[in-house]
Write a protein that binds this ligand. Structure first.
Ligand SMILES: [Zn+2]
Length: 453
C-alpha cells in the first residue's frame, strides 16, 4: 500500500447502524451515517439515495454500533518493540535500566518497525487519533509511518538535555534538541492532508533544563504546536522534582508557562490541591493512563477530582512496555473501575468514561471542532463495534456494554477522514503479518545494541 493510497479522503455510507453519536445531547440513533469526501454529511435515519456520491463505499452494518473513533492522548510508538522487556520495575529504574538504553539502541529501521507495530495495534483496536511521544533520534520515521497508515495524530521527538543516567545516545544539547524539534515541526505540521501535527515533547522535568522548557513554551505558542510531557507520575519522581526545582511538578510547569489549552500532561497521579487548581484554571490537559499507573505501581490518578475541578481529561495506554497493550477499551474500562476505588460505585457513569475516550481526547488535542463525535460537518473518523459476541450480550445499557464488556477485538470497521483503514477486523492500510514479522526481525539487533541480549 503506497502513501498515496491513504493520503486523501474517502466517501463512505454505513447503513443500518446503532449510532452512539457522543454529540452534545449524547443521542443514540438508528439508521445511516454518511461521510462525503472525508466529512460527515448525514447522521441517523435513512440516508437519501446516492448519498456519499458515485464513488462512495456502502457497508450494511446489520445493527452494529457506529461511534466516533477513539482518541488516545498518550502513546510511545517508539517503545512498542519493548513489550514484555521491563515487567517488574518501578518508574525510575524502568526508565534508567531498560527503556532509555533500549531507546538509545533504536536505529531508524527498528524505530520504523516499532511505530508500524504500534499503529497496527491501535488502528485494529479502534483508535483513530493519537498523541505520540517519540524517542530522541530518527523521529521523522515515525511521522512517515503515521502518514502511510492513514491515522490522525500529533507526534514529536523526545527532548532530553540533562538527567541522571541518560545514555549518551539520548543525551543532546539544549540547542540541538530545540533545533531538531523545530525542523521536524516545520516538516510535518499539517502534513498528510492535515491529519498530522507537531507536539513538542520535553520528556519530563528531570530530563529537561529550564532554558529548554522556556524555549519550548515560546516556540510552541508562536507556531501553534502542542506541548506533550509527563508529570507527577510516581512518588519518588515527585520528591526528586521538588528537591531540584523547589516546587511541585505541575506548579513548576505552570510557572514556566507550560500550561493551558494545547499542553497535555500524562499521568498527574500525585497532585496537591494547588496543582489541581492550576490545571483547572489554565485548562491544561491531563491524560489518564490507568494500566501504566497500575503496572509501574505509580498509584491511581484521581480522575473524578480532576473532572469536578474542571480539568480537561483524556485517556491513553502509554507505551507497550508499561501496559502491555495499546488498547483504548481496556483503558476506558480501568478508568471507570479505578474511579470507584476512592469514590464509590457512582463515581463516574459509563457514558462519561466513553466521553473521555472520544470527546475528551479531542478536546485536549484542540480537535473538538473536527473529531470526537458523530455530527454533520465533522471529519469522518468513525469505528463500528459488533456487540453480538457472547461476552457482550444480550442487553443492558449501551454505554456500559461498550465500556465494561466490549473489547478492542469487537471493532470491525475503522475509518479516518472517511477512508476505510480496517474492514471486518482486518487492516487495509498495513499488512499485519508483515508488520509483526518485521518487528520480530529487528528486535534481536536492538537487544544486542542495548546490551540486553
Ligand atoms: Zn509515557
Amino acid at each position: 500500500v503506497s502513501a498515496a493510497a491513504v493520503a486523501g479522503t474517502g466517501s463512505l455510507v454505513l447503513t443500518g447502524g446503532m449510532l452512539v453519536t457522543m454529540d452534545p445531547g449524547r443521542r443514540v440513533l438508528t439508521g445511516d451515517l454518511v461521510i462525503t469526501d472525508g466529512v460527515i454529511t448525514h447522521v441517523g435515519g435513512p440516508s437519501p439515495s446516492g448519498a456519499g456520491g458515485p464513488g462512495a463505499r456502502v457497508i450494511d452494518l446489520g445493527g452494529k454500533v457506529v461511534m466516533p473513533g477513539l482518541v488516545q492522548a498518550h502513546i510511545h510508538l517508539c517503545q512498542t518493540l519493548f513489550r514484555g522487556l521491563a515487567d517488574e520495575m518501578p518508574l525510575l529504574d524502568w526508565l534508567r535500566q531498560r527503556i532509555w538504553p533500549l531507546e538509545a539502541a533504536l536505529d531508524e529501521a527498528a524505530l520504523r518497525a516499532s511505530a508500524r507495530l504500534g499503529i497496527a495495534e491501535l488502528l485494529r483496536g479502534g483508535t483513530t487519533t493519537l498523541l505520540d511521544m517519540g524517542t530522541v533520534r530518527h523521529h521523522h520515521a515515525v511521522f512517515e509511518e503515521l502518514a502511510v497508515s492513514g491515522m490522525r495524530g500529533f507526534s514529536g521527538k523526545a527532548m532530553m538535555d540533562q538527567g541522571e543516567a541518560v545514555p549518551a545516545g539520548l543525551l543532546e544539547s539544549t540547542r540541538a534538541s530545540l533545533d531538531e524539534s523545530a525542523e521536524l515541526a516545520r516538516a510535518f505540521r499539517g502534513s498528510a492532508g492535515g491529519r498530522l501535527g507537531y507536539a513538542y515533547a520535553p520528556r519530563f522535568v528531570l530530563s529537561c533544563s529550564r532554558p529548554l522548557l522556556e524555549e519550548v513554551v515560546a516556540r510552541s505558542h508562536a507556531d501553534g504546536d502542542l506541548i506533550h510531557s509527563h508529570a507527577s507520575e510516581n512518588p519518588d519522581e515527585c520528591r526528586v522534582v521538588r528537591d531540584i526545582c523547589g516546587a511541585d511538578n505541575v506548579s513548576y510547569f505552570d510557572a514556566l508557562g507550560l500550561r493551558g489549552p494545547g499542553t497535555v500532561l500524562a499521568h498527574c497521579v500525585h497532585l496537591g490541591d494547588h496543582e489541581v487548581a492550576q490545571l483547572a484554571a489554565a485548562k491544561t490537559g491531563v491524560t489518564h493512563c490507568p494500566s501504566s499507573n497500575l503496572k509501574l505501581a505509580s498509584g491511581i490518578a484521581d480522575v473524578p477530582r480532576l473532572l469536578a475541578a474542571g480539568v480537561p481529561v483524556a485517556i491513553g495506554a502509554d507505551g507497550a512496555p508499561c501496559n502491555n497493550n495499546l488498547d483504548a477499551f481496556m483503558e476506558a474500562r480501568l478508568c471507570g473501575l479505578l474511579a470507584r476505588v476512592r469514590h464509590g460505585a457512582t463515581a463516574i457513569p459509563s457514558w462519561k468514561v466513553l466521553d473521555l475516550a472520544t470527546r475528551g481526547g479531542a478536546e485536549v488535542l484542540g480537535l473538538q471542532d473536527r473529531i470526537g463525535s458523530l455530527e454533520v460537518g465533522k471529519r469522518g473518523d468513525v469505528i463500528t463495534v459488533d456487540l453480538g459476541g457472547p461476552h457482550v450480550g444480550p442487553g443492558g445499557d449501551l454505554y456500559g456494554r461498550l465500556v465494561y464488556a466490549a473489547r478492542s477485538s469487537d471493532v470491525r470497521e475503522v475509518a479516518v477522514d472517511g477512508r476505510l483503514l480496517v474492514e471486518g477486523g482486518q487492516l487495509l492500510s498495513l499488512d499485519a503479518t508483515e508488520v509483526s514479522r518485521r518487528a520480530a526481525e529487528v528486535l534481536p539487533g536492538v537487544l544486542s545494541r542495548a546490551g540486553l541480549a
